[in-house]
Write a protein of this length. Structure first.
Length: 266
């Protein structure tokens, strides 16, 4: 019997090592997966966002960070089995921070354009928007951009919408932003304003009834997506897979309806 004890001890030791190896293999697999994605912190998706850009990224009444882009980033991270950490960054510094490797992706309504595509990878778009002409509900004289000819619109002089309004033949009343443009429109001092569809939908969602309507919209769309660096193709692909699942299970549409009263994700 005593001669069997060393053999038994050795067998138990081998079993213990095997069990340890199994547990270690699982942890190692997670770490390897994180390494494959090139994450700043293993197991965590680090997301840059402004935190001051309502309704996309802002702080609610209790001080918590929330918003359309924030909730989509949280849903993506959950699909990927990752924790999520938001790093609030001013827009002017957000791409420099991405280049410096301080975070994995930007989620802040980053529009896709050729200049950015030369330097960055983009996920599948999760926001699709158009330019719109907004008028009062009782105005039937405007149903296209061509109908703006000879009309007066309220526009910020530094916006792309100012250029679109003037190209359509409108006379422009200069304003500082959307709030002032809407005020002039509701007061009957201008005929319309040209702006982004999302801006209008957010205003309608939070202030309804507004007495306003979309009278016309552009055929061209603006698409926004997660942005990451060129060396993170695996991460971009993983995010695309997560977004596909979130579209299929209705999560994207649900988040969109919550903030805009419409599905702006496709």
């Amino acid at each position: 019997m005593p001669r069997r004890l060393p053999f038994l001890a050795a067998a138990l030791g081998t079993l213990a090592l095997a069990l340890t190896a199994c547990r270690g293999g699982s942890t190692s697999g997670s770490a390897e997966q994180g390494d494959d994605l090139g994450l700043v912190s293993a197991g965590t998706l680090t997301v840059a966002t402004e935190g001051t850009y309502r309704p996309f990224s802002f702080h609610d009444e209790s001080g918590d960070l929330t918003g359309f882009d924030v909730e989509i980033a949280e849903a993506v991270a959950e699909k990927l089995g990752l924790e999520v950490r938001f790093q609030e960054t001013q827009w002017d510094a957000i791409f420099a921070g991405l280049d410096a490797g301080r975070f994995d992706v930007i989620a802040n309504q980053v529009s896709i354009n050729p200049e950015r595509e030369e330097k960055y990878l983009f996920s599948t778009p999760y926001t699709v928007s158009r330019g719109v002409v907004v008028t009062t509900e009782d105005d039937s004289s405007i149903s296209s951009f061509a109908d703006l000819s000879g009309k007066t619109t309220a526009q910020s002089l530094t916006s792309n919408w100012y250029e679109l309004a003037t190209e359509s033949g409108a006379q422009v009343e200069a304003v500082e932003g959307w709030a002032q443009a809407v005020a002039l429109l509701q007061q009957g001092r201008v005929d319309a304003t040209v702006n982004d569809q999302l801006t209008y939908l957010d205003y309608e969602k939070t202030n309804s009834p507004t007495g306003l309507k979309i009278a016309a919209e552009t055929e061209d769309t603006s698409e926004s997506a997660f942005a990451t660096t060129k060396d993170k193709q695996a991460l971009a692909d993983a995010i695309d897979g997560a977004l596909e699942e979130l579209e299929a299970d209705g999560t994207l549409a649900e988040i969109s309806q919550k903030y805009f009263g419409a599905d702006v994700t496709k």
